[in-house]
Design a protein around this ligand. Structure first.
Ligand SMILES: NC(=O)c1ccc[n+]([C@@H]2O[C@H](COP(=O)([O-])OP(=O)(O)OC[C@H]3O[C@@H](n4cnc5c(N)ncnc54)[C@H](O)[C@@H]3O)[C@@H](O)[C@H]2O)c1
Ligand SMILES: O=c1ccn([C@@H]2O[C@H](COP(=O)(O)OP(=O)(O)O[C@H]3O[C@H](CO)[C@@H](O)[C@H](O)[C@H]3O)[C@@H](O)[C@H]2O)c(=O)[nH]1
Length: 430
């Protein structure tokens, strides 16, 4: 049993707080957002993440988990303090480290005895040194500490599952004993552990996200070429994926990657590269192809239905991927914005992300029922691959629409099946 504090309790921190408690530890979750702390203390997850409510509730009841806004209540009694605050993109693409700096300062002021501080947020290379120096400036003279980098690889929508079944635990430290003590926290999960220096660990995170984003932009570029030569990118990806050197994952063509990680982390890596005098051509291309994908999709809609002014267009899916309410950098939200700019009337449905979407795109119309959203529309755009869209009653959809046009931004449907129902259909790269 260890006493652990998690700083920042949202997509990453809330899941970790509950998971470490579930493994038998005493855990404090600290967040500056009072509403979030209040909800979590009542066993209600502030985000849509399958399995999280149950995990939080079970551990609150067992008395192993507590949420607070007060560092003083948690940090002084903790042996381990995880930093899980956000590191969003700033205007230049550089990671915005304000939350990390302020968390480090608060940790520095409240640590007692010996504490291991773990950087779990995705932070630029060199951030371990930054956190160390901030803490050194404010800590009490008798407090000692070590900073370990421990990047996180969970995916939203399957975060609970991913945290209990990690592909690897990466630890970076100048103090090997500190890294080994952090490794013990994960010992029950039987995952491979890689211990290295801090900067290498920080780079492993950026390089991992960058290659996954690269695969997506790669297949999206292949999809563009497939469209010109009447090949089917879905089958191309399948055929490529059978080669064990290539593998089948992260080769789904579509409207591009979004979310709070790939876009910001590729930008941050590219920024770091440029700052160091490198020329990150591949990273630039990955981002450029990703933006193009959205524009090309809207252009395809225009070629199929003509001028969009005053045209009602149905949208299925707003979150950046399935099984989450997260709309950060969602390509679907970008597409909706482009439609509005062109005078269209987007009629949107999403099983989890509509409250978030309403806040950023209040001009669109929202429906609680996917079939209501398509009523009287001139096209249906499927933008997020939620399960409930995969076997939807497309016959009924065709009947409800003013004209049956289906643009499948995630290649969910079999083109021949959809055309048989009377739709004019376009996927991506097929
Ligand atoms: N979301 C993911 O799937 C994922 C996966 C792996 C790594 N990461 C990385 O982990 C980090 C956290 O990601 P997230 O999506 O959970 O971020 P988030 O922005 O959704 O949540 C951050 C939380 O930290 C809180 N916070 C901000 N400043 C604070 C402070 N000074 N003290 C205490 N709490 C504070 C915020 O109120 C918020 O609840 C980021 O660096 C991200 O890149 C995210
Ligand atoms: O073949 C694919 C796979 C994914 N996507 C899109 O890529 C984005 C990211 O998807 P995914 O990686 O599943 O979700 P995230 O929750 O953003 O997780 C990524 O980002 C996290 C934050 O850094 C990392 O921890 C994870 O390992 C990494 O997969 C989404 O918009 C997906 O729709 C595609 O377009 N095609």
């Amino acid at each position: 049993m260890a006493v652990i504090t998690i700083i920042g309790t949202n997509y990453v921190g809330a899941v970790y707080a509950a998971a470490f408690a579930d493994l038998g530890n005493q855990v404090y979750g600290v967040d500056i957002d009072e509403r979030k702390v209040q909800l979590l203390s009542e066993g209600i997850s502030p985000i849509y993440e399958p399995g999280l409510d149950e995990l939080v509730t079970r551990n609150l009841k067992a008395g192993r988990l507590r949420f607070t806004t007060c560092y003083d209540e948690a940090v002084p009694v903790s042996e381990f303090v995880f930093i899980c605050v956000g590191t969003p993109s700033s205007f230049s693409g550089e990671a915005d480290m304000r939350a990390v700096r302020s968390a480090a300062e608060m940790i520095g002021k409240t640590i007692r005895g010996h504490t291991i501080i773990i950087n779990k947020s995705t932070m630029p290379i060199g951030s371990g040194d930054l956190v160390t120096s901030i803490i050194n400036q404010v800590k009490s003279p008798d407090a000692t500490f070590a900073v370990v980098s421990n990047p996180e690889f969970l995916r939203e929508g399957s975060a609970v599952q991913d945290v209990f079944n990690p592909s690897r635990i990466v630890l970076g430290a100048e103090d090997r004993e500190a890294a080994e003590r952090v490794a013990e926290l994960y010992s029950a999960l039987n995952a491979p552990v890689l211990i290295t220096d801090r900067r290498t660990a920080e780079m492993i995170k950026y390089a991992s996200n960058a290659i996954l984003a690269t695969r997506i932009s790669f297949i999206n570029e292949i999809a563009q070429i497939c469209e010109q030569y009447q090949a089917d990118v879905k089958v191309v990806a399948q055929g490529m994926g059978l080669d064990p050197r290539i593998g089948p994952l992260f080769l789904d063509a579509g409207i591009g990657f979004g979310g709070s990680c790939f876009p910001k982390d590729v930008k941050a890596l590219s920024y770091m590269a440029q700052e160091a005098g490198c020329h990150p051509q591949l990273l630039h291309a990955v981002l450029e192809i990703n933006q193009d994908q959205r524009r090309r999709f809207v252009h395809k809609l225009q070629t199929m239905v003509g001028d969009l002014h005053q045209r009602p267009i149905a949208i299925w899916g707003l979150s950046f991927k399935q099984d989450t309410d997260d709309i950060r950098e969602s390509p679907a939200i970008d597409v909706v914005r482009m439609l509005i700019q062109r005078g269209a009337i987007p009629r949107c449905y999403d099983p989890a992300a509509m409250d978030n979407a309403r806040e950023v795109v209040p001009e669109a119309e929202y429906f609680d029922d996917p079939y209501e959203a398509v009523r009287g529309t001139d096209a249906l755009l499927v933008l997020t691959p939620w399960n409930e869209f995969k076997q939807a009653d497309l016959g009924r959809v065709a009947d409800l629409m003013r004209q049956p046009v289906l643009l499948d931004g995630r290649n969910l449907y079999d083109p021949a099946d959809v055309r048989r129902l009377g739709f004019r259909y376009a996927g991506v790269g097929r």
